[in-house]
Design a protein around this ligand. Structure first.
Ligand code: ADP
Length: 192
């Protein structure tokens, strides 16, 4: 199996690049952000709870996020592998993911970390707000908060995979196709 963690700050291009990776490698896409947004739309209890954190730019609590993610992996039941987008976002989530994948006899193959500098991220998110209608993209103060949470809680997840020799960093600056090709090259080199 090929299990990829696609990593990067908010606005780095994870969602966009996931689509190409899924298609090329036949992976199942699991985005915790998408799962939460679907629940908000469907007005479920989970959605209501998640929204109260997301609207402030805070993280949804680990225990809830981990439970949801586990259930989605089991539901999808892929034989080729998964691409994890927006998860794990804390070291506790990374540890829980390792333990869970072990229990189903698989593991993370590699982390692809997209790197984009902060001013570019802010510009991209504000532009996206006009199209996505996402309330967490529209407000510069919430964007600041999400980037601060990323730097404090999420960035250390990179060290977690680096310590396992699984981290590959990729520049997230350039055209969408250029970045896709960098990602494909990294996966093919690692998987050869
Ligand atoms: P982005 O990468 O643009 O911030 P996401 O769609 O990945 O967008 O996430 C949107 C919001 O959903 C986050 O700001 C956070 O509140 C919540 N969220 C998504 N994934 C997680 C996670 N793994 N752990 C905790 N909260 C999460």
């Amino acid at each position: 199996m090929l299990n990829i963690v696609l990593f990067g700050p908010p606005g780095a291009g994870k969602g966009t690049q996931s689509e190409s990776l899924i298609e090329k490698y036949g992976l199942i896409h699991l985005s915790t952000g998408d799962i939460f947004r679907a629940n908000i739309k469907g007005e479920t209890d989970l959605g209501l709870l998640a929204k109260s954190y997301m609207d402030k730019g805070h993280l949804v609590p680990d225990s809830l996020t981990i439970d949801i993610l586990r259930a989605e992996v089991l539901k999808a039941n892929s034989s080729k592998g998964y691409i994890f987008d927006g998860f794990p976002r804390t070291t506790a989530q990374a540890e829980a993911l390792d333990n869970f994948l072990k229990s189903i006899n698989t593991s993370i193959t590699l982390m692809l970390a997209l790197e984009v500098e902060e001013n570019e991220l802010k510009n991209r998110l504000l532009k996206r707000a006009a199209i996505s209608g996402r309330s967490d993209d529209a407000d510069p103060a919430i964007i600041e908060n999400r980037i601060a949470v990323y730097n404090k809680e999420t960035a250390p997840v990179k060290d977690f995979y680096e310590n396992q020799g699984k981290l590959i960093t990729i520049s997230g600056i350039g055209s969408i196709d250029e970045i896709t090709n960098r990602l494909f090259h990294a996966v093919d080199t690692r998987n050869a």
